[in-house]
Design a protein around this ligand. Structure first.
Ligand code: ADP
Ligand code: ADP
Ligand code: MG
Length: 656
């Protein structure tokens, strides 16, 4: 067994792995960024190494620095946790070349499963059902459109290298397909450095069910039952449970066997997760995650096995200490992910936690990465902890979760606890009647009910008619052009709703929203009071903006929408006093996914300078006027906090 393990991660998962090391009598080596110097995982570790500045590229993704720490500490093995480098086969290889053991699957298996397309092809060979779709090499728009027609709409465009719920576009209307392909390819390229996409039939109201597998170096692969993770926001899980209330014992066995077949076909070892979708009683393979999963604790509670301990043991060469026959699921476990994020807009909040008081009691487990007084940096994933409950049966586990969430106290930062309480308290959740669109179906995101069309039309017209600043007119912004129509995206209680606009004359637009067309005219505008006529009916509305929030009052009700604010140049520009020089500030925390220009470069007005990803959407940052880029402090991959200066631009005085 190892005597020293380095944990190449932070937050709750680093803390979780440190605990497992302690129990095995192994010294735990932490690594950290400047933003995490006082973090819990550093306080708990036996020793720790500073990697570099807060930006992940310079710290938790900095392979060279992590390898230095491996060598300096004399760690014999590296546990990557999840996220960051956990699914990076090159890192796994580098660890092995540095003479340490990688606590994870063989790099070849990681590479194979890292491509969703390669994984699907392997699944087909291993006789594991996959979602009908197209995974061919010809990914021209024409070919994809033809294949989409064959599959039948609605279809889902997915990034082959995708992950974390990103790089997906659902298309219901064939007319929107070509634009959606281009936008998905662009997003995939900037987010994953690989623009390849494939197609799947969009399964309506599926359940997400995944199987935990575990293999040793002696040819044994077992599964530890399933987890249901249907409660998701923006394709990312927030509540997970085991066992799934939807499976019969026969289906459980069938799914488990399929997962093991695939793992064996991939030459898999250590812990991994095979994800499926369930449509009625049919299941389809989705992807395989070659790492420990966020939601692994629910499996630990129902199987009575410690997955992190088992990962370490098999990596050290031990045999799996049990056979498939002795794996039994007992009782019911549910996990809720606690995020420092706005429960309505899902935007990361961050700040100092003044009081952190998770619930306690029988059958309650907390895996947290913070304590009272800790700072939550905005540079990383905003999940701060997981609440896991266990009870003899599902109804008891549901009540336990409801009560535990009621007594959970976090002060100082905004969290998603209100949303978790609403989900856990919903009768459909108690009934086990869940699907991946649960939040939308039950109106659990944002305000109850979605904003009426006229509220979105008014918000769009407010933006389109501008307020004196020509840069505010998106028709002037080259980046907005998509087949002649401008697209204005709003988040309405977590759902993305896009208004497509074509100018139809002075103060006259043809707008499309949710498949409906509207002829809209602006009759009068005084400040933020707008009088419109939409398809002949008068609409009066007040539209106010506050940061990324757009508040629309019409017909006596106020609706709050979120608008990726990067395009509101007025909000971003902060003149530095000197005339002709402007700083462009990040309107909210995000990650710089693309830098398109260089310092010293001359740019034209409306030229995209960089692409920020915030709220899981691409936000191009454009030059408000022609000028020279005088400062460009961030590299691709950098996390930025709200208000950070993304670029400085000096205006070019036109030649006389
Ligand atoms: P799980 O399937 O384990 O629940 P998630 O999809 O929620 O995993 O992701 C787990 C962690 O990994 C999160 O911190 C998420 O931000 C991160 N993550 C997953 N995939 C990617 C990716 N392709 N790029 C960056 N981060 C990712
Ligand atoms: P990621 O790598 O981002 O986790 P997945 O392929 O695992 O991507 O999909 C994430 C989620 O997106 C699923 O849990 C499901 O909610 C939804 N999803 C993926 N594929 C489909 C599909 N073909 N039809 C309907 N929903 C899907
Ligand atoms: Mg997935």
């Amino acid at each position: 067994m190892f005597s020293r393990i380095l944990i190449a991660n932070r937050g709750e998962i680093a803390v979780r792995i440190i605990r497992a090391c302690r129990e095995l009598g192994i010294a735990a080596v932490a690594v950290y960024s400047e933003a995490d110097a006082g973090a819990l995982h550093v306080r708990l570790a036996d020793e720790s190494y500073l990697l570099g500045p807060a930006a992940p590229a310079e710290s938790y993704l900095n392979i060279e620095r992590i390898l230095d720490a491996v060598r300096e500490s004399g760690a014999e093995a590296v546990h990557p946790g999840y996220g960051f480098l956990a699914e990076n086969a090159d890192f796994a290889r580098a660890v092995e070349e540095a003479g340490a053991v990688w606590i994870g699957p063989p790099p070849e298996a990681m590479e194979l499963m890292g491509s969703k397309v390669a994984a699907k092809r392997l699944a087909e060979k291993a006789d594991v059902p996959t979602v009908p779709g197209y995974t061919g090499d010809d990914t021209s728009v024409e070919k994809l459109a033809e294949e989409a027609g064959r599959i039948g709409f609605p279809v889902l465009i997915k990034a082959s290298a995708g992950g974390g719920g990103r790089g997906m576009r659902a298309v219901r209307d064939p007319g929107e397909f070509p634009d959606a392909v281009e936008s998905a390819q662009r997003e995939a390229l900037s987010a994953f450095g690989d623009g390849r996409v494939f197609l799947e039939k969009l399964i309506e109201r599926p359940r997400h069910i995944e199987v935990q597998v575990l293999g040793d170096n002696h040819g044994n692969v077992v599964h530890l039952g399933e987890r249901e993770c249907s409660i998701q926001r923006r394709h990312q899980k927030i509540i997970e449970e085991s066992p799934s209330p939807a499976l019969t014992p026969e289906e459980r066995e069938e799914l488990g066997e399929a997962a093991v077949r695939l793992a064996e076909a991939a030459g898999y070892r250590n812990a991994g997760t095979v994800e499926f979708m369930l449509e009625g009683h049919r299941f389809y393979f989705l992807e395989m995650n070659t790492r420990l999963q966020v939601e692994h604790p629910v499996t630990e509670l129902v199987t009575g096995r410690d997955l992190v301990e088992l990962q370490i043991r098999v990596a050290a060469g031990e045999r799996l200490p049990f056979a498939q026959e002795s794996v039994e699921l007992t009782g019911s476990a549910i996990e809720a992910r606690v995020y420092a994020e706005d429960p309505e807009t899902f935007m990361p909040t961050g700040g100092r936690i003044l009081l952190f008081r998770p619930p306690e009691g029988p059958g309650i487990r907390n895996d947290a990465g913070v304590e009272s007084g800790d700072e939550v940096p905005v540079n990383y994933d905003p999940m701060i902890g997981k609440l896991i409950v266990y009870a003899p049966d599902r109804p008891a586990a549901v009540s336990r979760m409801q009560e535990a969430l009621r007594s959970y106290v976090i002060e100082g930062v905004v969290t998603n606890l209100p949303l978790l309480r609403r989900v856990a308290g919903h009768p459909a959740f108690a009934a086990g009647d869940t699907s991946t669109d649960f939040l939308e179906t039950h109106g659990l995101v944002g305000r109850p009910g979605e904003a009426p069309a006229e509220a979105l039309l008014a918000a769009a017209v407010e933006e389109l008619s501008g307020s004196g600043n020509p840069a505010r007119d998106p028709f002037e912004l080259g980046i907005w052009r998509a087949g002649g129509a401008a697209r204005i995206r709003y988040l309405d209680g977590g759902r993305e709703r896009t208004v497509e606009a074509e100018r139809n004359g002075a103060r006259l637009w043809r707008l499309r929203l949710d498949g409906e067309e509207y002829e809209v005219g602006l009759l009068a505008r005084t400040g933020n009071e707008l009088h419109l006529k939409a398809n002949g009916s008068p609409v009066a509305a007040r539209v106010e903006r506050e940061g990324s929030e757009v508040r629309v009052s019409c017909r006596g009700r106020e609706h709050t929408l979120a608008r990726p604010p990067a395009l509101n140049l007025e909000d971003m520009e902060s003149g530095s006093g000197e005339s002709g020089r402007t700083s462009l500030e990040a309107p909210m925390p995000g990650i710089v996914i693309k830098v398109l220009v260089e310092e010293g470069e001359e740019v034209r007005a409306q030229q995209p300078l960089l692409v920020l990803e915030a709220m899981k959407m691409e936000q191009p940052i454009v030059a408000p006027y022609a000028g020279v880029v005088t400062r460009l402090p961030f590299r691709e991959g950098s996390m930025v906090s709200g208000g950070a200066v993304l670029a400085e631009l000096e205006e070019l005085t036109p030649e006389a």
